[in-house]
Design a protein around this ligand. Structure first.
Ligand SMILES: Nc1ncnc2c1ncn2[C@@H]1O[C@H](COP(=O)(O)OP(=O)(O)OP(=O)(O)O)[C@@H](O)[C@H]1O
Ligand SMILES: [Mg+2]
Length: 238
């Protein structure tokens, strides 16, 4: 972990708001800019990140007792519970077991030298975010994803509180799925009120869902480049 320059956690208070979509497309965009990137899927119960990169059929190999993350391209490597579990099997673990799994993902994976590690978290402020916060030293910051509706914003504020209580810097808020259906602007307003950076807005767009389902991030790359640029800039000074 000492060979990783920037460590970014993607989190949200509410489920299904697009954390994995943001984490995968951010990691991909950074890798396309020439950075060495690791994508760590810490959602051990619902590990979706590999599917969004069409890597879900891959199996892990080990070398010298270390797991070798799956390569997406020359610059992007991925580690996920999905590589260890059969697709239809549920992982049934309590907190301490998940803590050990996450510890192995950090200590026993041959990450090599990385410019960024992007961590995709499950929703909420429970076991996995706590374990990561304890195990990953010198976290650069959290990217908090919310949709514009009140219920999502309310839960998003809990992620802000989590970051503050654990003294993890907040990189900023992303508004996802904005548009006519869920509304627009609520996340930027919350960012202003909370004096946190607003990173950007991603529209509710069928192309994004299709790209996620088919595992083709290059199809929607241009939508995520501004977010990656902004995060890169904020990380430079953190
Ligand atoms: N901006 C968007 N426009 C259209 N569909 C989107 C958008 N963002 C995410 N989706 C779709 O919404 C679904 C949920 O997204 P995703 O899995 O990224 O959410 P999540 O927050 O990671 O969920 P979970 O809390 O279960 O981890 C996926 O099918 C994804 O393709
Ligand atoms: Mg997810």
């Amino acid at each position: 972990m000492d060979n990783i320059k920037k460590k970014i956690l993607v989190m949200s208070g509410k489920g299904g708001v697009g954390k994995t979509t943001i984490a995968v497309n951010l990691a991909y965009a950074l890798s396309e800019k020439g950075f060495k990137v690791g994508l760590l899927d810490v959602d051990v119960h619902g590990p979706n990140a590999p599917k969004m990169l069409k890597l879900d059929d891959k199996e892990l190999e080990t070398q010298d007792n270390k797991m070798i993350p799956i390569k997406y391209n020359d610059n992007l490597k991925v580690m996920s519970m999905a590589f260890l579990l059969k697709k239809q099997n549920a992982g049934i673990w309590r907190g301490p077991m998940k803590h050990n799994i996450i510890k192995q993902f950090l200590d026993d994976v041959e990450w090599g030298e990385l410019d960024y590690i992007v961590v995709d978290l499950p929703p909420g402020t429970g076991d996995e975010p706590l374990s990561i916060a304890q195990l990953l030293k010198d976290i650069t910051g959290t990217v908090i994803v919310s949709t514009p509706q009140e219920v999502s914003l309310l839960d998003g504020i809990k992620s802000i509180d989590f970051s503050k209580k654990l003294k993890i810097p907040i990189i900023g808020l992303v508004e996802n799925m904005s548009g006519e259906i869920f509304g627009e602007g609520g996340v930027e307003e919350t960012a202003k009120k909370q004096k946190i950076a607003f990173i950007g807005r991603i529209k509710l767009d069928a192309e994004i869902r299709k790209s996620g389902d088919s595992g083709n991030p290059h199809e929607i790359k241009k939508l995520f480049n501004p977010i990656a640029d902004k995060i890169e800039k904020i990380c430079e000074v953190k």
